[in-house]
Design a protein around this ligand. Structure first.
Ligand SMILES: NC(=O)c1ccc[n+]([C@@H]2O[C@H](COP(=O)([O-])OP(=O)(O)OC[C@H]3O[C@@H](n4cnc5c(N)ncnc54)[C@H](OP(=O)(O)O)[C@@H]3O)[C@@H](O)[C@H]2O)c1
Length: 283
């Protein structure tokens, strides 16, 4: 009987919360990772670069949470064969993690959005704004806060609706388990729209030390990301997303998290206060 939910990216920002949220509700969650936890009987080996891991991971699975491989400028060649395998094995429900900055049909995640919608009977596409988790952990934004007390972007004063990955995951759990499919193309944000200069002021308050916003050109940001170790192609793609914030296109606040989960999405101030030690030093 197919009763499990396969969670890709299960060790990541949203996936770890999706696994925990499913299990809290007594659903079987198969936690997919390149390094599955040997203490977890429902963990499964999975590698987007190795097609041979797809079918075993999909055994007994009725729904899938899809986190495309991070760091790949074009994830489509890796994700397409996986989705085709899942559809051929009778999976009906898929929840895709995409991005508010990538509309259906656009290169990369937008093409995967099309694939999920075309291949599955019960597709839901989550399109969150930028994650609050980028301010802590190993994201380049977090690294420059710790090292230089700076937030470097190419966004100017453009605003965006930062969101806690836990709120995205709660929405995903609902979409994976609701009796009636949630469906649709869902733009998810936190409770307010903030510019990076405003976010820097909140970070400064929480840290008790000044952190300044440094506005650079898109080309300069791409150069800095490449110097930090990202591929040139991925750096250009990430930097170009900042332009969408600069133009005001991402100045959005939606009520979708609350509408679907009933929970109040976390504010940036509340999130950062809960992660103050990780703002100051490496995790
Ligand atoms: N960060 C943002 O602000 C933001 C905003 C909107 C949308 N998004 C989207 O959210 C997604 C997740 O981004 P994230 O930075 O938060 O990453 P993440 O989910 O924290 O981490 C990446 C996850 O992917 C897994 N992974 C990486 N390479 C893999 C591979 N070859 N095979 C199998 N699993 C692999 C890792 O698992 P293992 O290491 O355990 O294998 C890890 O669990 C991306 O698609 C991104 O475009 C991000």
């Amino acid at each position: 009987m197919s009763d499990s939910v396969l969670v890709t990216g299960a060790t990541g920002n949203t996936g770890a919360h999706v696994v925990a949220g499913l299990r809290e509700r007594s659903h079987r969650a198969r936690a997919a990772s390149r390094h599955p936890d040997s203490a977890d009987a429902d963990a499964v080996a999975f590698d987007w670069s190795d097609d041979a891991t797809f079918a075993p991971a999909l055994t007994g699975v009725r729904a899938v949470y899809v986190v495309a491989p991070a760091g790949a400028a074009d994830p489509v060649p890796r994700v397409r064969p996986f989705l085709e395998t899942a559809a051929a094995r009778g999976v009906r429900r898929v929840v895709l993690l995409s991005s508010s900055a990538v509309a259906r049909g656009e290169p990369g995640l937008g093409e995967i959005h099309d694939l999920v919608t075309d291949l599955f009977a019960e597709p839901t596409v989550l399109r969150p704004s930028w994650f609050m988790q980028n301010f802590v952990g190993d994201h380049p934004l977090a690294e420059t806060i710790r090292r230089a007390r700076e937030i470097v972007t190419a966004t100017g004063d453009g605003r965006l609706g930062f969101i806690d990955a836990a709120d995205i995951a709660a929405t995903a759990v609902e979409a994976l388990t609701a009796t009636e499919p949630v469906g649709g193309d869902l733009v998810l944000t936190g409770p307010e729209s903030l510019s990076y200069p405003e976010a820097a002021a909140i970070v400064s308050e929480v840290l008790g030390r000044p952190v300044r916003h440094v506005d650079v050109s898109t080309a300069e940001l791409a150069r800095r990301l490449t110097a930090a170790g990202y591929s040139a192609e991925f750096s250009s793609m990430l930097a170009a997303l900042d332009e969408r914030i600069r133009t005001g296109e991402q100045d959005l606040v939606t009520t979708t998290v609350r509408d679907i989960t009933g929970r109040t999405p976390t504010s940036l101030r509340h999130f950062l206060a809960g992660h103050a030690s990780r703002l100051a030093s490496s995790p």
